[in-house]
Design a protein around this ligand. Sequence first.
Ligand SMILES: C[S@@+](CC[C@H](N)C(=O)[O-])C[C@H]1O[C@@H](n2cnc3c(N)ncnc32)[C@H](O)[C@@H]1O
Length: 464
Amino acid sequence: MSSTKHREALEAKYRDRIAVNHNLSRRLVSFQANKDVPLYGLFSYKEGFSADMVRMFIRDYPKRTGVILDPFAGAGTTLFSAKECGFDSIGIELLPVGEFAVLARCAAERVDPDDLRRAVAQLRHSPFDALPVAGRYGFAHIPITENAFPAETERRLNAFLAYVHEHVEPGDVRTLLIFAAFSILEEISYTRKDGQFLRWDHRSGRVGAGFRKGRILTFEEALFKKFDRILADIRSYRMGAGSGAREGAAMEFRRGSCLEILPTMQDETIDLVISSPPYCNRYDYTRTYALELAFLGADNDAVMGLRQSLLSCTVENREKKDYIRRIYAANNRLNIFHDAESAFRSNKALHEVLAILGKYHRQKRLNNSGIYRMVKNYFYEHSFVIFEMARLLKRGGRIYYVNDNVRYAGEVIPVDLILSEFAEAAGLTVNTIYQLPNGKGNSSQQMGKHGRCEVRKCVYCWEK
Ligand SMILES: C[S@@+](CC[C@H](N)C(=O)[O-])C[C@H]1O[C@@H](n2cnc3c(N)ncnc32)[C@H](O)[C@@H]1O
């Protein structure tokens, strides 16, 4: 029997603060509710949450202006919702994928729709694919994207990129034309995003590719469908929700790791944090978004570098302890480094789980040898993110944090409660841990082996 003593004590400690919240449907907490919302649904960032959820948290906050931070900004849902509610915002995101989605959305808000319509009409009537393809604008594959597209699709994609670069001057129209191609890459490819990796259709000819994707749209079909959607969204946005945006609400987007950027920011400057970190679930954003990363010019080394910079959430992530120590030394904040490390080291429930996973690791009972290290470093790195968010928050400020619990080899990891203890160690109050009405079970593999067990899916609300 594995010991669960400390996890049970932790459950007892927070029991009265865990509350099922029927307003937080799975749809609202995921990207699903964004799908048909003008501009939010243009790029399908499946790991995102919805604008409606962000607005709900902003409405609950007593102040009507201020600064909202998202240290894991993804495609910028928090930032654009903040702007619509009249709040300034700061977003930090590691991947250029999110950065380009944000850039394109800003272009969509600014562009003259007539200019865009004219450019699209011109494309419809010009045989752009008959033009000579200039190699330097073509899709530069990395090993994990090779053979992703049918040959004719790739030829047309490259011809389109060459046409746009050579015939459309830099500016919002050009950005949106390129964004349209960027946002259909999965649709026109033999791949499908599947959390931890890309799934490959058998027609790709890749070894082990067994999945059947059905009919794949041609490049032109997908591209012009996307142009129609962009133009329709711009029209609806201008007539509806977007018109309420406070003129001049400032939005700052910083690309890089929040582990590096947060320690450079000033104390007590943030009113609200609304964010969702990578979950401790092995999802590798650098593999699922490999096509988009290569499209944006990342070569193999760059993609591997990004993978290592992710907050540890994949089995490939190596320890970042020395790197984090250097960041804190450079920012003269070694006191915070020690406090955050101490919160990590003294967490009994966490070390109960780690001891068990460590034993299973040595006995080779975990189905991947990187799981133990990933779980340990997920929490280690998170202690710094939480201490930083606590430092940056103004008195009375709040943090809303969306995350799922996980289970490995039958051991439930109460991510919500462990991170809440870190938050308390950082001086925050755990207000409520909102649980979604139906916690999800676990992977069918886990359920078959260890029986069904509800794993909480939560939004935590911490306060300063
Ligand atoms: C759950 S997603 C957030 C999605 C976002 N809420 C949205 O609606 O688009 C987590 C994000 O954290 C990013 N990320 C992972 N490690 C990071 C790091 N060290 N610094 C900043 N961002 C990171 C991932 O690239 C991913 O976009």
